[in-house]
Design a protein around this ligand. Structure first.
Ligand code: NAD
Length: 252
């Protein structure tokens, strides 16, 4: 039997990169995925490709009311929620002095407020099902990337929010963990590579395994944390980074 047969899994930012790989991974293991994304065209491609096991929903996670409406629709249509994956995120670059207030607010509104809205809305259903939450954090949340001030701050907050949820909702039977990927080849990072020549090579030099991750490289960690096999793992931040976080930066 598949590990997630019949499970209702909500994934934000499901139409591209890591979220797309997660959607395919969970569907392949029998789950029904409510795929939330702001990109309508990408969602319709996803629905065409995957078929009836995916429930595409155009939602801006930074819009509190849309998020609450989406969760009500999912619970109404599917009967509950077993797993919430807070994955939607953006990562514009910039040192603090070059960061406009608008950029700062945009990053916080998607990478942090969006997680707050979605998690708060889904918690009643998760408490009912004894479900769990997995965050897409980043190694930028456990140490800092050069010239990603606002993103580092948002992911740092997300890491401690993971721990906070883990302790507050454990008595109600809801676990919360995070995966902290290193650099993953997705449209998000490729946009930054195009605007910053040399950045791709610089990132690769920080990875002891000598390459960027592909989105599929990080899926198993999410599935493990979301599964019954991880039933006593709560508040963990699991790096999936080819060894980046293990390296202290000293040259070889
Ligand atoms: P991506 O750009 O390929 O995918 C992100 C998806 O989120 C897109 O489909 C986008 O439309 C959606 N999205 C953006 N804003 C949204 C909003 N307001 N509401 C709903 N959906 C929205 O990027 P990715 O690399 O797959 O990133 C996914 C997550 O992984 C992000 O949280 C990112 O910070 C994190 N992450 C990425 C890397 C990396 O190197 N790519 C590393 C560590 C962590």
């Amino acid at each position: 039997m598949s590990r997630f047969d019949g499970a209702i899994v909500v994934i934000s930012g499901a139409a591209s990169g890591i979220g797309l790989a997660l959607t395919k991974g969970f569907v392949a293991k029998g789950a029904m995925v409510a795929a939330l994304d702001v990109d309508e065209k990408a969602l319709s491609r996803l629905a065409d490709e995957i078929g009836p096991q995916v429930f595409p929903m155009q939602v801006d996670v930074a819009d509190e009311q849309s998020v609450e409406q989406a969760i009500q629709n999912i619970v109404g249509r599917c009967g509950g929620i077993d797993v919430l994956i807070n994955n939607a995120g953006i990562a514009p670059t910039g040192r603090l002095g070059e960061t406009t207030t608008e950029t700062w607010r945009r990053i916080m509104s998607i990478d942090l407020d969006g997680v707050f809205y979605l998690t708060r809305a889904a918690l009643p259903a998760l408490m009912k099902s004894g479900g769990n939450i997995v965050m897409t954090a980043s190694i930028s949340g456990t140490s800092a990337d050069y010239a990603y001030s606002a993103y580092n701050a948002a992911k740092g907050a997300l890491v401690n929010l993971t721990r906070s949820l883990a302790i507050d909702y454990a008595p109600m039977g809801v676990r919360c963990n995070a995966v902290a990927p290193g650099p993953v080849r997705t449209p998000l990072i490729e946009a930054n590579f195009r605007s910053h020549p040399g950045l791709e090579e610089a990132f690769i030099r920080t990875v002891p395994l000598g390459r960027l991750a592909e989105p599929e490289d990080v899926v198993a960690a999410f599935m493990f944390l979301a599964s019954q096999e991880a039933s006593f793992i709560n508040g963990a931040i699991l790096p999936v980074d080819g060894g980046v976080a293990a390296w202290n930066g000293q040259p070889d």
